[in-house]
Design a protein. Structure first.
Length: 165
């Protein structure tokens, strides 16, 4: 007996490979890329040399949260930014597997059915999301969201963290 999957390993590996290549081309910090099928099962994952220890959990949480809510993690952030109590409730309900920042992108077929999700962590959330969207589309799928944030190139970690003294 052979089980049917929503997202074949070959396609998941293509997404991971392309996302990492995009990160290198854009000179991003080391990335961790996670691809989940529609049921939230891990299909493929790679973590570049130098990627932080918790990057897997962050990338997984971005993808898992997107699947769980049925919308990208960017949309989750935008819709729930004024509702921290609800964000906390979702985090508890998901067993802590919910990261409401960009970088969790749904993988859709031509009919708009969700086949899985990609989560990326390593650089700014907008840059992570850019790699996910472009990698999904290069593998022949649609992504939700369809386009990266227009300012993804200018996002900077120094915008979020004070300079060390």
């Amino acid at each position: 007996m052979r089980l049917q999957t929503s997202l074949p390993l070959e396609k998941a590996n293509t997404i991971v490979t392309k996302a990492l290549a995009l990160g290198r081309k854009a000179s991003l910090l080391p990335l961790t890329v996670v691809v989940l099928d529609a049921g939230g099962k891990l299909v493929a994952m790679q973590s570049e040399d130098g990627s932080g220890l918790v990057r897997f959990e962050i990338a997984f949480g971005k993808a898992y949260g997107a699947l769980g809510m049925g919308i990208s993690s960017r949309v989750i952030r935008d819709r729930l930014s004024e509702r921290p109590a609800f964000q906390n409730a979702i985090a508890v309900a998901s067993g802590g597997q919910f990261i409401p920042v960009p970088g969790g992108v749904l993988i859709e077929d031509g009919d708009g059915s969700t086949l899985g999700a990609v989560g990326i962590s390593g650089d700014t959330s907008d840059k992570d999301e850019y790699c996910a969207i472009e990698a999904i589309q290069s593998a022949g799928f649609k992504s939700e969201p369809a386009v990266p944030d227009p300012d993804w190139r200018s996002s900077s970690l120094s915008d979020h963290y004070p300079a060390s003294t």
